[in-house]
Design a protein around this ligand. Structure first.
Ligand code: GRF
Length: 204
């Protein structure tokens, strides 16, 4: 069984989608822990309710980014994960932390990268007037929201859309592509070779 640790900062709906898919589809993997940088992240209750180990490493308790990332890394590595999944984990990570998990840490970003990195992506999309928006699953590299792309899904931007209505439409797709990408990884069908993403031809 592959081991997965999921990092969250809030409600964790992507985490929930991955946990459910892992169970329903009987992945060769186990979600061994859900870790948050915020003690009040509601996703923690969901995970604990399913008997998944939870932990909080609160960034506010650390005086530097480096110290926080070191503590987080120690906490993660106690679970010896094969894959670290960032699911709404709202932190910029240090280069050494990212290097430690090279090729085994993935993130979901709510835009069609390379467009609209950073925060408020739905507002950025509405301001830019794009007609197509979406979401991207990618391997994590030191540059924020720039890692090799694994999967993307697009949605239309509709007349009268608000940030909220657009976010809701994108989130539906996030819950499809993120569990699928994580499953590919645990099935050994998704690897990173340098900057190149390899997805097996029979990945479904
Ligand atoms: C998602 O839109 C994700 O793409 C972004 O933050 C949001 C997290 O939502 N990184 P949730 O906590 O998974 O519900």
């Amino acid at each position: 069984m592959r081991k997965i640790v999921i990092l969250i900062s809030g409600r964790g709906s992507n985490m929930q989608a991955i946990v459910q898919a892992a169970r329903n589809e009987q992945w060769p993997a186990e979600i061994v822990a859900v870790i948050s940088n915020k003690a009040d992240a509601s996703g923690l209750d969901y995970a604990a309710g399913l008997g998944i180990a939870t932990a909080v490493v609160a960034n506010k308790d650390f005086s530097s980014r480096e110290a926080f990332d070191q503590a987080l890394q120690q906490q993660i590595d106690q679970f010896a994960p094969d894959l670290v999944v960032l699911a709404g984990f709202m932190r910029i990570l240090t280069t050494s932390f990212v290097a430690h998990y090279a090729g085994r840490m993935v993130n979901i970003h709510p835009s069609l990268l390379p467009s609209f990195t950073g925060l408020a992506t739905h507002r950025q999309a509405l301001t830019a007037g794009v007609k197509i928006h979406g979401t991207t699953v990618h391997f994590v590299t030191p540059e924020l929201d720039h890692g090799p792309i694994i999967a993307q899904a697009a949605v239309p931007v509709l007349p009268g859309d608000s940030e909220e209505s657009l976010a809701e439409r994108v989130l539906v797709e996030e819950h499809v592509i993120y569990p699928r990408a994580v499953r590919w990884f645990v099935e050994g069908k998704l690897t990173l070779d340098g900057d190149l993403v390899h997805i097996a031809k029979d990945a479904a």
